[in-house]
Design a protein around this ligand. Structure first.
Ligand code: CA
Length: 225
């Protein structure tokens, strides 16, 4: 069965171009031309991935992203303008999986789509997809992290990072490995993004847990024991 992608983009030419290319690649495409329509379709339809423009009429792409992330971990790739760095950072902070800068080569978009789809949370047919470290627990089905039953709110990226660390408990993972597993092999940014997100995770988890869950192994990387 072909994977379903929703394109939310107000520039009709771009939306049409992406639609043609992705249809050609075998994806099933739906389109929305403003933020409100996009949000409605995303919430009522069953999509495998969202391509979400940031500059949208009626409801901005970031606002659409924020509302969808309240209850869904669907892979989302943001479409941004070349110089809108703060938009990219906000998008990633708010749980976008990736972003691509317009104008882009269609091959790059296709590669990012494949990576984002691969990172999709495990199939819901697995009933008990729970990873644990002490009383800290991460449920890949419900996309929830709890400590002693109390929920801890994480962004999508923080969640993915914690998931990879928990899946490899007691194994020290290098920054490069974490970068590849969480951000994808084609990530072009700074490698210190891993340190930044470990810092975010610690600030959200350690206070609740009362000890350091993620250990730094100097010169090597990070581990959860
Ligand atoms: Ca736009």
């Amino acid at each position: 069965m072909s994977e379903k992608i929703l394109i939310v983009e107000d520039e009709e030419k771009i939306a049409r171009f992406i639609e043609l290319e992705l249809t050609h690649e075998g994806y099933e495409i739906s389109k929305a031309l403003n933020g409100r329509e996009g949000l409605e379709m995303a919430e009522n339809g069953h999509f495998d991935l969202l391509l979400l423009d940031i500059m949208l009429p009626e409801l901005s792409g970031l606002e659409v992203l924020r509302r969808i992330r309240k209850h869904s971990s669907i892979p989302i790739i943001m479409l941004t303008a070349r110089d809108a760095i703060s938009d990219k950072v906000s998008g990633l902070d708010m749980g976008a999986d990736d972003y691509i800068t317009k104008p882009f080569a269609i091959e790059e978009l296709l590669a990012r789509i494949r990576v984002a789809l691969k990172r999709k949370p495990a199939d819901s047919i697995y009933q008990n997809n729970v990873l644990e470290a002490g009383m800290l627990s991460l449920d890949t089905d419900s996309h929830q992290v709890t400590y002693d039953g109390e929920p801890i709110e994480l962004t999508n990226r923080e969640f993915n990072l914690l998931q990879v660390l928990l899946e490899n408990k007691s194994i020290v993972l290098s920054r490069d490995t974490l970068l590849e597993r969480v951000w994808g092999y084609d990530y072009m940014g700074e490698t210190n993004v891993v340190d930044v997100y470990v810092y975010y995770l610690r600030s959200k988890i350690d206070d609740v847990v009362g000890e350091k869950i993620i250990e730094t192994v100097r010169g090597v990387g990070y581990v959860i024991k």
